[in-house]
Ligand binder design. Sequence first.
Ligand SMILES: *Cc1c(COP(=O)(O)O)cnc(C)c1O
Length: 340
Amino acid sequence: MKPEDIDFDNLSFSHTPTRSMYISKRKLNDDEWEKGDLFPFGEISISPAAGVLNYGQGLFEGMKAYRGRNGKPRLFRPHMNASRMAEGCVRLAIPPITEDVFLDGVMKTVLDNHDYIPTPEQGALYVRPLTIGNGPIVGVAPSPEFTFLVYVQPVAPYFKGSLKPINLIVTNNYHRAALKGTGGVKAIGNYVAGMKPAGEAKSANYSEVIYLDAAEEKYVEEVGAANFFALFGDTLVTPRLTGSILPGVTRDSTMYLAFDQFGIKTEERRITIEEALTADEVFCTGTAAIITPIGKINYKEEDYIFSDGQVGKTTRKLYDALTSIQFGDAPDPYNWIVEL
Ligand SMILES: *Cc1c(COP(=O)(O)O)cnc(C)c1O
């Protein structure tokens, strides 16, 4: 789709093809990932015996490029996405993508599609890196060939206008991930298991589910594909990274900002669902959701109300601090932004 045919004031989250994508390949036994190239965005051909199609040998990343007030594209902490994808590769027996190829792919794709980047009021350019085992393999073993690919598309802001609390339901019927499994990396196969629970939550008028830990079904893990936070007095708590929780870039940034800019005490530890329900404010974080306030949590057929529409003071402060750095409305004392 041409940029001039896009209605940037009414973006959605549905797929919008853009100009180009980046592709790099390597064989399992090659010494390194090749520097990739840009290609016109379009379909790729793949063997029916590809490792990714048969055994889910693949990872994704999710990032946003914002258009700065000076017009230049801005990436937020892209090195963290590069290292997270490399760690995911190790877990999924994929030769780890190198930081230089990852960043080369992200930067080249964003720059070549710069005219698809909305203003912060209109949304952002969502950046989707993928690493997949595309070589044919019928035995359960690593694919003989791998592809690293980056594509981008404009997306709407998560909140049009003002922040609005969402309602969540705790599930005792499903788990997202188990200790020592693959929940700590963005393995493509982790996400399909959440579709049915999320669908059931939506039918009951909740936006998403809160998952509890798979071992004891007692501790809060995550909110769909976003990290969970609870504020108790002047202490902000988020579940410790146990292996089944995804180490979010937004999670890390929120903890850092809370402490550094507002002197809020921060703790990474286990939180039982009972304790979470007594919090003063609760919210969840992610690249898509940024910082999303939670208004109500349903647990065992009972609704626990945190807000009836208004946004908690600390949640709001953290949202404003984070988005001002991302959008370029505040200085970036942490060198989080990479301007292209
Ligand atoms: C991607 C993701 C997050 C959020 O990570 P960010 O780096 O902040 O976008 C949280 N939980 C899960 C399960 C995820 O896949």
